[in-house]
Write a protein that binds this ligand. Structure first.
Ligand SMILES: [Zn+2]
Length: 190
């Protein structure tokens, strides 16, 4: 086993020419990507790419936790996001992980339509404002919001060019409510 770096869901870890997709990965158009937060590991014997969970003991979500979540659907008044990691807790999450981010909790500026700020597949850093009866999230603070966004047209990563987020593949320009460290997000801070 060769242990490598920590990865986020959607990150490219290898190609199907090099390796087989293993536990914690999926294959799409010849690219092997991570399907969870964890450490990228190659099983050299089986030639398999795998993502090892950060640890196996689950943690319960608490109000005030800062979490990472994957944006699922973006609706007219809210965003549905799946909580995938609690910052500072190297554990998986027990119980419900299905969070809701209401339009009024996205930004300190007025947001009319969540789809101008988030898109499905984005990874966001959010604060848990309620756990029961349902998980509620907020991204108002400067350090909260999108930490990794993919192009809605071709799914390549969006990178900042000046103050504009642009796809590094098709040059599509998009807007997001990004966290203030989007440009230099440090995976070691997980
Ligand atoms: Zn693109």
């Amino acid at each position: 086993m060769t242990e490598n770096k920590i990865v986020l869901p959607g990150d490219q870890v290898s190609t199907s020419e090099e390796l087989l997709p293993g536990d914690g990965t999926f294959e799409e158009d010849g690219i092997i990507r991570a399907s969870r937060v964890g450490t990228y590991v190659v099983d050299e014997k089986q030639r398999r790419a795998m993502i090892k969970p950060l640890t196996s003991i689950p943690v319960e979500l608490r109000r005030g936790d800062i979490v990472l979540a994957t944006v699922g659907s973006v609706r007219s008044s809210m965003v549905i996001a799946d909580v995938i990691h609690v910052i500072g807790k190297n554990r998986s999450i027990s119980g419900d992980t299905n969070g809701t981010l209401r339009v009024s909790e996205i930004s300190n500026s007025y947001v009319r339509d969540p789809s101008t700020e988030f898109a499905p597949g984005d990874i966001i850093r959010a604060k848990v404002t309620q756990v029961k009866p349902s998980i509620q999230l907020a991204t108002k603070d400067r350090d909260l919001g999108v930490i990794k966004a993919i192009c809605t047209k071709c799914r390549h990563p969006l990178i900042y060019r000046g103050n504009i987020l642009e796809c590094n593949n098709c040059r599509n320009k998009e807007n997001r409510k990004t966290a203030n460290d989007y440009r230099n997000f440090d995976l070691d801070k997980l």
